[in-house]
Design a protein around this ligand. Structure first.
Ligand code: ADP
Length: 262
């Protein structure tokens, strides 16, 4: 049947992806999309073939972060071509398919699931070393669908901030990933301290080591921290890839450190 054919195609597509990294966060605004995008860029700069999939149906931010808001995907009857950001990095976002960016998307769970399924079966990624998925915040339908469809070898990267309230969010995310039968690759502490725009030093306004301690408490690996850096805000607003433009900055090096074990 047509359903089986779709299922088989999805399996084929997924079988061509070596590593699947699902970037999650307990809540919005912690820099999940920024981290997902920079992980994808870092891996691609290291010579890996990378696909960046943005499944945030309510607020797809990857097109803005990578200056791809005007990108149009090429859609054929039976396949969708991802948009090439570079030779090594292909991008697919719901943002490319929406008629405009201000209309809210109101979809129920099964519809979202169907849509994510379609992105995983109809987008012709080809052979990938990595697929990095930017999920909407929380532990809702989208991360669940992504994990279930990608399979149990998909690993989660959980992005959090240093504030005390984050621990419950992280615990919830870790439990969620375990419940669906997948592994947490590690935790990233974002906006950890502030980079002084005058001297470049990092001010640890929330204290240091919170992320590491938190990772220990919930029993997962601590991948590293990224300071609050005005350059990251600028890169997001202007849509240039932070990691490729600011390669030598201490912040870029802290991101590279996070990518290493990935
Ligand atoms: P989320 O995906 O969690 O909602 P975003 O990645 O969209 O979060 O980031 C939210 C805002 O915070 C954006 O304006 C982004 O540029 C900014 N941001 C993210 N990480 C950092 C950082 N380390 N330093 C400075 N600004 C950051």
């Amino acid at each position: 049947t047509e359903l089986d054919a779709g299922e088989a195609r999805m399996k084929r597509t997924i079988s061509r992806i070596k590593h699947k990294i699902v970037v999650m966060s307990g809540k919005g605004g912690v820099g999940k999309s920024t981290v997902a995008t920079n992980i994808a860029i870092g891996l691609s700069l290291a010579g890996k073939k990378v696909g960046l999939l943005d499944v945030d149906v309510h607020g797809p931010s990857v097109p803005r972060l990578l200056s791809m808001r005007d990108s149009k995907v090429h859609i054929e009857e039976s396949f969708i071509e991802p948009v090439a950001w570079s030779k090594n990095l292909s991008v697919m976002s719901l943002g490319f398919l929406l008629p405009n960016s201000y209309q809210p998307v109101v979809w129920r769970g099964p519809v979202k699931m169907g849509f994510i399924k379609q992105l995983l079966s109809d987008v012709v990624w080809g052979d990938l070393d990595y697929m990095v998925v930017d999920c909407p915040p929380g532990t809702g339908d989208e991360p669940l669908s992504v994990m279930q469809l990608l399979g149990n070898d998909a690993q989660a990267v959980i992005v959090t901030t240093p504030q005390g309230v984050a621990i419950d969010d992280v615990r919830r995310s870790v439990t969620f990933v375990g419940d669906v039968g997948n592994q947490v690759l590690g935790i990233v502490e974002n906006m950890s301290g502030v980079v002084c725009s005058q001297c470049g030093n990092v001010e640890n306004i929330f204290g240091k080591g919170g992320g590491k301690k938190l990772a220990q408490e919930v029993g997962v690996r601590f991948l590293g921290d990224i300071p609050l850096d005005p350059e990251i805000v600028r890169s997001g607003d202007e849509g240039y890839a932070f990691l490729s433009v600011k390669q030598d900055s201490p912040t870029a090096q802290s991101i590279q450190k996070i990518i290493k074990p990935i």
